[in-house]
Design a protein around this ligand. Structure first.
Ligand SMILES: [Zn+2]
Ligand SMILES: [Zn+2]
Length: 220
């Protein structure tokens, strides 16, 4: 796990730290733009976008987590060291996630979310249809929540999470420790979603993960 702490060079840490700092600023800017759309009467499109976005990003964290748990290994090119190894280490040493600072925890997700928020910020002024409004709000919500998915996951492992984190967990807006605990029981084959955690009961009950694995095995 400690190898992970030194996985970023100083130059990458500057980029990642800037992303973490920029996320709240750009998120605020985009949601002010979205508020203007609500004021213009498009509240239903925005409400649908927020709901779909929150479910979609939870689902996406589940897909990425599942893929990193089940495929490749820490020596896989590109993703091995940067992503797969941290997920694998997390099963061996769940508390290791608590050693990661803000940049290690949130830098990479913030970087990709920032790109998505730039796309939304640039496209909102030209959005005119309700479909466009819903799509922009969905992407904005995914980016705004996705940037903090690892932080939310980290909170789920803290015995003394900050009070605001516990409040978010208790009202169901952040992954609850009790709901995440099932992922840390062998064979780690459920509870992959680590944002709101809303999709876990749905996907686990549907048997999506075992179905995906069976389908992929049949194809290869
Ligand atoms: Zn896992
Ligand atoms: Zn965990």
């Amino acid at each position: 796990m400690h190898g992970f702490l030194h996985m970023f060079s100083n130059a990458s840490r500057v980029v990642l730290a800037s992303s973490v700092v920029a996320i709240p600023i750009l998120t605020t800017y985009v949601f002010v733009q979205i508020c203007a759309l609500v004021a213009g009467g498009r509240w239903l499109s925005v409400a649908i976008g927020v709901l779909v976005g929150a479910m979609a990003i939870d689902f996406l964290t589940g897909i990425v987590h599942w893929a990193c748990d089940r495929f490749g290994d820490p020596t896989t090119p590109v993703l091995g060291r940067s992503l797969i190894s941290s997920f694998r280490d997390h099963h061996v040493n769940p508390a290791g996630i608590l050693d990661h600072d803000w940049i290690e925890t949130n830098g990479q997700a913030s970087f990709f979310s920032l790109i998505a928020l730039f796309v939304v910020a640039a496209s909102i002024p030209s959005v005119s249809s309700w479909v466009g409004t819903t799509a922009a709000t969905t992407l904005a919500t995914m980016a705004a929540l996705g940037a903090w998915a690892n932080q939310i996951h980290k909170w789920a492992h803290m015995t003394e999470a900050p009070r605001c984190a516990r409040a978010l967990q208790n009202i169901g807006l952040a992954l609850h420790p009790d709901d995440h605990a099932c992922h840390h029981r062998s064979p780690h084959d459920r509870g992959y979603c680590i944002s709101t955690g809303w999709m876990n009961p749905v996907l686990d009950r549907l048997g999506l993960w075992s179905w995906l694995e069976r389908s992929l095995r049949r194809m290869t």
